[in-house]
Write a protein that binds this ligand. Sequence first.
Ligand code: OOG
Ligand code: NI
Length: 459
Amino acid sequence: MTIKCVSPDYIRTLFTDAMSVMYREEVPAYADLVTLVEEVNAKVLKADPELEEELEAEGGIDALNAERHGAIRLGKPEELNLLGRAFALMGMFPVGYYDLSVAGLPVHSTAFRPITPSSLASNPFRVFTSLLRLEQIEDESLRQIASEILSKRDIVTQRAKELICLAELQNGLDESQAISFVEEIVETFRWHSTARVGADTYKQLKAAHPLIADIVSFAGPHINHLTPRVLDIDMAQKLMPDKGLNAKDHIEGPPYRECPILLRQTAFKALSETVVFSDGVSNIEGEHTARFGEIEQRGIALTPKGRALYDKLLFKAKSEKHLDSYQASLEHTFLEFPDDWEKLRREGLAYFRYVLTEKGNDEANSGGLKDSIENLIEAGLMDAKPITYQDFLPVSAAGIFRSNLSSNDSDIYESSANQEQFEKDLGCPVHDAFQLYAHEEKESLSNCLRMLDQTGCID
Ligand code: OOG
Ligand code: NI
């Protein structure tokens, strides 16, 4: 029997919508944040009508309004492996390895996301996924307790598991199977107001690290935020208090620039939520903070050279103590980072997508053209558009983790990265983000050149 499979992009959109509905119900402040982002985006687009056209190449306003990322924290390798298989059905693949031990956090992470330009344009939903590193719990008996608690949990429903196996077997899901798969998989990310541990164990885990308590104490990896994309994060940050949202005091990532790079993020602080701690004998009411709201503004993806400059300047700003504030030194040190599209491109600091201009399209059929990139741009035949950064920043992620763990620790710790182990647990290697951006740039350029040179004069 042949079945009519729906596309992974379609399933991802069902999933994104279901997650958004669920989080809106669970965290009402998230709905306020989405409204605020919509207001800001409408204002920005009204003031700059050309921006709408620019956004078109990456899915337009519809994609922008639907755009989100979420984050989860997993407890054991099998969970990572199984969710990797579930995400793959939705066209989301692991990109990048984030070592958060440098920020003193006992996790390492990847981001599951679409990897092709067309899939990203159809819906760029990503899930930042962290895995607990049990070996980083120093106290041996506590490590044992945590491991035992985790060994007894199953975060994916039986039906979801069956559908994952079925999809792998038949190479996809039909419409009704996709709908039930999404209904089932959303359960994995639901909030549980009853913990699986007693109050004492929770306290012990929390003392080892609040993140460990958040991961180990519950039946599943509740989604801890869902982040919409805003076009002007400075405006949004200023408006947050008016909406009663308790914003963290500074924006993570690069400072304000004319030509935005990478990613800037801010958040409202985690909610204190009532939880029942239950060890099977007694139930005690207490509190847990995990879930928060975040917004982000995305800029251009940087090349390894651009990223090295970004990291250098960020580090310099952190160590520059003579200025009044971290923000002031950030603005100061980033003066060194070219803030001009042309310079970013010519100096090989960022990735661009090449497109033919109208004039270029007109000449596309004339054939016989052979020229350098710079001359084609100069002649008005080709344009270079910024490729949006689709990934995350470990230093910013650490800042976000901290703001919702009520920790002021901002030290840099010695790295104990272990990508090999992470990939072993995941069951496959993670994609290299630089390679994905470079590939997109290269493909767009060869497409343009091919179209401009129909007689095949390009070497
Ligand atoms: C993940 C924090 C990382 C981001 O936007 O950098 C993240 C977490 O708190 O689990 O989502
Ligand atoms: Ni986030």
